[in-house]
Design a protein around this ligand. Structure first.
Ligand SMILES: [Zn+2]
Length: 470
């Protein structure tokens, strides 16, 4: 392990931002759910102002929004025609592993498995991290073994901040209007709950919230959440015969009837699941929280019907119990919305190629802020920012992939200028294949759970699945 060389601006930012504790909390209704997110938001807003970004706004919920004007000369054929491109990353980190006092370890990877310094039982294993194989002699960043790293999504934040600084400096690439947003509480599913689309004022956007190098996402689950409430009847257990209706037993009867072939533990790729992820109760009343997940939105209706059928069976077996079902919408697959605007994904693919990286479209077994923003009318696919193993103690970042993400984000801007230039034939691959929608990679999508498990693998070196929204 040798000491690192000089830090590029994007890496310097990354190492600094991960040290701000921005872990969000699901049990807090307020947005932001934690004060650290507001602290990072203030820091970023201040830095954007110092760079000379003319419009920077920070609201009480911790949303940072900024606007960088176009630098196209008035006579340029694309002037006034380039769509306003938004770049979005989230401030918060997952609650699935400790997020305070992050000590980033920048090192040159010597090959082999890597024990993290403050807890040697936490091991980054090559077997579980095939991306490490090509990185011998290259720089990576890990945490110290006691916390997550926070590359999800400080890597995206750092890329956007570094790009903003470049755009304000002499020699910036030609670009149209650029919009920037940093959002709070993405990890707890509230990243867009106060997102003001009018104030953001973009025509299309990209979230920099993906992992790996070259991975792009234009497809997510469609998702609903369900709550089953069982009302029983409590009595003294010594005098319960024929009187007590134990809501816990009734609830257990619901759980055992859930189809095991439709569970997160037994499905992958494009397969749907129903996932019981939380329960609480006593004899008188018990509740069960479930997730419905399917890449087809229509599949969510089938899942609801399936659960209703189970509840009907359970009602017959426990006539003294009362069972209620509530279902609410969580987010929708962005694919449909993005197919209406094929240039948005085509431009991302082209920019990634120009950055020297092979693009790869992967469906996410979860959601992103872009799932909701796309449904709200702002087409927003997701792109990689260089991190791996999100939400766990073995989270790490490839410095090469972080820098590739910055190159791809930078390339997006001239690609959009070219796409908007009527004097140019569609010379770019993006223009040439503009009508094509992203092809799904044949391989199964990366495992990425839609919600963190109760933390079964805190100490394990298994890559933690990406926890995603309720
Ligand atoms: Zn994220």
């Amino acid at each position: 392990m040798s000491k690192p060389r000089e830090l590029s601006p994007v890496l310097e930012r990354f190492l600094r931002y991960v040290q701000v504790d921005t872990q969000s909390r699901e049990d807090v209704e307020a947005v932001p759910s934690t004060p650290g997110q507001l602290a990072l938001a203030k820091l970023l807003a201040g830095e954007l102002r110092t760079m000379g970004v003319p419009r920077v706004e920070l609201d009480e919920h911790g949303y940072v929004m900024a606007a960088i004007p176009s630098n196209l000369p008035p006579g340029h054929p694309a002037a006034g025609r380039v769509p306003k491109v938004g770049l979005i990353a989230h401030l918060d980190t997952s609650a699935a592993a400790p997020g305070a006092h992050v000590q980033p370890q920048l090192l040159t990877y010597a090959g082999g498995d890597l024990r993290l310094p403050r807890d040697p039982s936490v091991v980054l294993r090559v077997k579980e991290n095939p991306a490490l194989k090509g990185l011998k002699g290259r720089r990576i960043v890990t945490a110290d073994g006691t916390t997550l790293l926070g590359a999800d999504d400080k890597a995206g934040v750092a890329v956007i901040m570094a790009l903003a600084e470049e755009l304000l400096a002499p020699g910036a690439p030609l670009h149209g209007e650029v919009r920037i947003a940093f959002t709070p509480d993405e990890e707890v599913g509230r990243g867009t709950s106060h997102f003001d689309l009018a104030r953001f004022d973009a025509d299309l956007a990209y979230t920099l919230d993906g992992d790996g190098c070259g991975e792009l996402n234009a497809e997510t689950f469609s998702a609903d959440s369900a709550t089953v409430t069982v009302h029983g009847r409590a009595t003294h257990p010594g005098m319960a015969k024929g009187v007590m209706v134990n809501a816990l037993r009734v609830l257990a009867d619901v759980i055992v009837r859930l189809p095991m072939d439709l569970a997160p533990e037994t499905t992958s790729g494009l397969e749907p699941f129903i996932h019981p992820h939380g329960a609480q109760g006593e004899e008188a009343k018990a509740t069960l929280r479930l997730l419905f997940r399917d890449f087809r939105t229509a599949g969510l209706v089938e899942q609801r019907r399936r659960l209703e059928k189970i509840l009907a069976e359970v009602r017959r077996r426990h006539p003294g119990a009362r069972l209620e079902l509530q279902v609410s919408e969580s987010y929708r697959n962005m694919r449909e919305g993005l197919e209406k605007e094929p240039r948005v994904t085509a431009a991302l693919e082209e920019a990634t190629r120009r950055a020297g990286v092979e693009p790869s479209w992967v469906p996410i077994r979860g959601g992103t802020d872009g799932s909701r923003l796309t449904a709200m009318g702002l087409p927003t696919p997701n792109m990689f920012a260089g991190g791996y193993n999100f939400h766990g103690l073995t989270e790490w970042l490839s410095v090469d992939a972080l820098e590739a993400s910055l190159r791809a984000a930078r390339q997006l801007l001239p690609v959009w200028v070219e796409l908007s230039d009527p004097s140019r034939a569609p010379a770019t691959a993006a223009g040439a294949s503009g009508a094509a929608s992203p092809r799904r990679r044949a391989a199964a999508p990366r495992r990425r759970s839609p919600r963190s498990p109760a933390s079964p693998s805190r100490r394990s070196s298994r890559p933690a699945a990406r926890a995603r929204r309720t």
